[in-house]
Design a protein. Structure first.
Length: 555
């Protein structure tokens, strides 16, 4: 038997035999659903035979047959009713398990989020992409009408989405563009580190989405449920269909707060904070100010993550405050990093290590945070050992700054656009999808190996804008993205190590070394971060003014 679990309550399998019933009962199943019509194949026992064997082993059995490729909306409803009434766990079967999975998927419409339905099906080995519109439509077959159509559709209204929309309009002012994003607010996320360090106010990093979307761009205020790139269309929640000629995918990434046991229950309380959330960055500063002694933990999850330097930035700014307050000697600072090095580009490590020594920070590499007990003030890490094994490490804390594990959004990971790891699969230079030439991706969701920072999106936007217009026949000459990313590492209040690099960790300074040497702490780099970069973000990057971001042309 080849039994695949869809949920803890339901598994599916290919055709079973009466002789399998003992093993099925031993596996803990309490009921069966047969979704294969009698007489479909010569190797197939009748339902009556299966039912009799099931009864002998104390299992209930139900018959809900459907022909291959002809699972109806009513079949999905009936399947859902059986799941509600039968004792579980339940095993459903047909010839291959596909019809059973299809009925389950339809039965979950409106109950379980579409990406979760697709992901569970994929893990069991069944592709439900052909059912996307039916599932999104509440398990009912929708009409073939679409709700909107645009020349260019951009999924995501963050830094990447607004920047590329503005870059497109700067080159083709009459272009028909739509941005899909359900959010009301747009955030300058690079500022959250400064909020957590008491330099910026949280409110200064936020504006309304309506105020930053270009006036000539249509805003579709909705959540994406799924992509159908073979049909050049996007399915929104509620089964609204948006068609496109060119697509740019840039919804950012998903912060998996549920990926750490107990974290959600204690965030914002019990000394547990994170600058990766707008509403928690002020709590970081509150904790830093109050702490006069004890243990402070700072964590970093496995890569890739948004702004790989941010976990350290929070730590250095906190340590600097404690130094200025004269309490550093009373505080045990530990950096627990799932990775094996302090920073991925070796040229910047010596300067960072000077601050690690100055602040007496304990470095704990190969440690991944897996659980937080807020009331008990204990954090559990899984540590990689030299022999390849793992051991559990429990650390006490008075304050812990947590960076959650990160992955592509659910609707991206289960889509035809994703690579095996769930990120949008693009050419690293052109940022064009490898299989769909009218699809581009940029920002955090792309599978490029650059640092996932706003600075990277600033350089990517002109490249995507140019190459998309080339695809439409409006421009000539391909543009190339070199992997540029920037990470201003705030090592103390008033000084920054300005890390700038391209693919492969090649240094790519924007300024001559006599002005700003990025490998050394610099007051001018701090001035750039504090005073210059925020207005560049709001008034240049988001408005299509490509200062120091003109794309490199390759043809």
């Amino acid at each position: 038997m080849d039994i695949k679990a869809l949920t803890p309550h339901l598994s599916v399998s290919p055709q079973i035999l009466a002789s399998d019933m003992h093993a099925i009962a031993e596996a803990g199943f309490k009921a069966l659903i047969c979704n294969r019509p009698d007489g479909e194949g010569s190797d197939q026992p009748s339902f009556k035979e299966i039912e009799a064997a099931a009864t002998q082993h104390g299992l209930q059995a139900q018959y809900l047959p459907a022909e291959t490729g002809k699972v109806s909306d009513d079949d999905g409803k009936a399947f859902g009713q059986l799941l509600k009434t039968l004792p579980g766990p339940v095993l459903a079967y047909c010839r291959t398990g596909m019809r059973s999975t299809t009925m389950w998927a339809l039965s979950q419409a409106g109950v379980t989020p579409l990406p979760q339905i697709l992901e569970a099906s994929q893990k069991a080995g069944f592709d439900m992409k052909a059912l996307i519109q039916r599932i999104a439509n509440g398990g009912k077959t929708p009409s073939n009408q679409f709700d909107a159509s645009h020349d260019v559709v951009i999924v995501g209204g963050g830094a990447a989405g607004i920047a590329v929309a503005s870059s497109l309009l700067a080159r083709s002012p009459l272009l028909d563009i739509a941005i899909i994003d359900p959010a009301d607010a747009h955030f300058y996320q690079p500022g959250w580190t400064m909020v957590g360090g008491g330099i910026f106010k949280a409110g200064d990093t936020a504006r309304t989405m309506a105020s930053v979307i270009p006036t000539d761009v249509n805003w579709i205020k909705a959540a994406v449920a799924a992509f159908e790139p073979d049909n050049n269309q996007i399915i929104l929640e509620g089964c609204r269909v948006v068609k496109y000629k060119q697509l740019v995918v840039c919804p950012g990434l998903k912060l998996d707060w549920h990926g750490i046991e107990g974290l959600n229950e204690t965030l914002g309380r019990n000394g547990v904070t994170s600058n990766y959330r707008f509403d928690l960055a002020p709590y970081t500063w509150e904790l830093v100010q109050k702490l006069k002694g004890g243990k402070a933990l700072f964590t970093q999850p496995p890569m890739p993550i948004k702004c790989a330097g941010a976990p350290q930035k929070a730590m250095y700014l906190s340590a600097d405050h404690w130094t200025r307050q004269g309490v550093l000697n009373n505080i045990d600072i530990q950096f627990c990093n799932a990775g094996a090095v302090l920073f991925g580009v070796a040229d910047y490590v010596p300067a960072l290590m000077e601050y690690v020594k100055k602040y007496r920070i304990g470095l704990n590499f190969g440690e991944t945070l897996v659980a937080v007990d807020g009331p008990a003030h204990k954090a559990t890490f899984m540590k990689n050992l030299a022999d390849g094994s793992k051991e559990k490490v429990v650390r006490d804390f008075d304050m812990i700054h947590v960076v959650p594990p990160q992955k592509a959004p659910d609707f991206v990971r289960v889509s035809p656009l994703a690579d095996a790891a769930g990120w949008v699969d693009v050419d690293p230079a052109s940022l064009r999808h490898k299989a769909y030439p009218n699809v581009f991706a940029m920002g955090d969701v792309a599978n490029t190996t650059n640092a996932k920072t706003a600075a990277a999106a600033r350089k990517q936007a002109p490249v995507v804008a140019n190459n998309l217009l080339v695809s439409m026949g409006k421009l000539r000459g391909e543009a190339k993205y070199d992997g540029y990313g920037s990470c201003p590492l705030t090592v103390e209040r008033g000084k920054i190590v300005l890390a700038e690099f391209t693919y492969g960790g090649k240094l790519a300074p924007s300024f001559p070394a006599w002005l700003i040497d990025g490998t050394k702490p610099s007051a001018l780099a701090w001035y750039l971060k504090e005073r210059i970069l925020p207005p560049i973000y709001w008034e240049a990057m988001l408005k299509g003014r490509e200062w120091m971001a003109q794309p490199e042309m390759v043809g």
